[in-house]
Design a binder for this molecule. Structure first.
Ligand SMILES: [Ca+2]
Ligand SMILES: [Ca+2]
Length: 176
């Protein structure tokens, strides 16, 4: 609903900007009415807002688990929620997600080729554009093939971790 309204408001505002201020006021009243109507109509606009208890940032919705599971089980949970483990596309997105949990699984793995990190959608991880925790990834403890986001004192950022460890996790779904 909100997204559609914003789009609509922008186009209305654009049209109005060439008219008089009285007309502008009329347009903003129309805008409010329109949003109310869309909320009432519900149904088809629901996919434009995040499910209850999910967080919204940009054009994505995020679910932060309270349970702890292995990386694979975490991913499975996200898929069941019509989402997937989070893909972090920018430092802004990383900053937004930092601080909700001490450790959370994200949708990053180097299982197929050791040292080559890819996201769950198959795209490569741009290692330089994101913040890694000090000294990471380090493949410690005989192999760490799954990615997490750490928020601990002196250890903030992306990290590689043993996939079978049970952690909280973050799912992401994009708004349509
Ligand atoms: Ca993302
Ligand atoms: Ca590590």
């Amino acid at each position: 609903g909100q997204y559609l309204c914003r789009e609509l408001f922008l186009s209305i505002a654009l049209t109005c900007s060439i008219l008089f201020s009285v007309v502008k006021l009329y347009c903003s009243v129309l805008f409010v009415l329109c949003c109310d109507m869309m909320l009432v109509c519900g149904g088809e606009t629901l996919e434009h807002s995040c499910p209850q208890s999910w967080l919204m940032f940009g054009s994505s919705c995020y679910y932060i688990s309270s349970q702890r599971k292995s990386w694979d089980d975490s991913r499975q949970d996200c898929v069941q929620r019509n989402a997937d483990l989070v893909i972090i596309n920018s430092r802004q997105e990383q900053n937004f997600l930092t601080g909700f949990t001490a450790v959370a699984w994200i949708g990053m793995t180097d299982r197929e080729v050791e040292g080559t990190w890819i996201w769950v959608d198959g795209t490569p991880v741009n290692k330089d554009s994101l913040l890694w925790a000090p000294g990471q990834p380090d493949g410690a403890f005989g192999g760490e093939d799954c990615g997490d986001l750490h928020t601990m004192i002196n250890f903030i950022g992306l990290n590689d971790f043993k996939c079978s460890t049970r952690n909280q996790w973050i799912c992401e779904k994009t708004l349509t």
